[in-house]
Design a protein around this ligand. Structure first.
Ligand code: ZN
Length: 133
């Protein structure tokens, strides 16, 4: 088993950051050929998803679409003023799990792992654990 944290620095209020390369490096450093990689985002205004990474327009559409789905003019009660970011996090979720096969993350052809910032810019962390099996 191997575990740790990946620091993520975001530079915009809404942003998707591709973590796939860094996570693959963690898998290789672990020496685990067959197993499971867990990634967990401990923040309440940032998500973690797997989605298409080939066309950057998909990332723009995801962020733009979430902005359309979640109104900014709803009478939110949360005093911090960032309830839309909390809702976006609720929709995207806080963790992903990927199988490891022959030392590689077993992702679909077009899939990448994205950290989703909804209330940046901030310094964030993603917790990870790689388990053999
Ligand atoms: Zn808040």
């Amino acid at each position: 088993m191997a575990k740790g944290e990946v620091p993520v620095t975001t530079t915009r209020r809404l942003e998707m950051i591709d973590l796939t390369g860094q996570v693959q490096q963690l898998v290789e450093a672990s020496g685990i050929e067959e197993g499971i990689c867990f990634l967990y985002n401990p923040h309440t205004t940032a998500g973690l998803i797997i989605n298409e990474g080939a066309d950057p327009d998909v990332q723009r559409d995801i962020l733009g679409g979430l902005g359309q789905i979640i109104p900014s003019d709803y009478p939110y009660q949360h005093g911090e003023g960032n309830s839309p970011a909390h809702l976006m996090t609720a929709l995207t979720g806080s963790s992903v799990t990927v199988f490891i096969t022959q030392g590689r993350l077993q992702l679909g052809t077009w899939q990448r792992i994205f950290f989703c910032e909804f209330d940046g810019p901030r310094n964030r962390n993603v917790w990870w654990k790689i388990v053999a099996g």
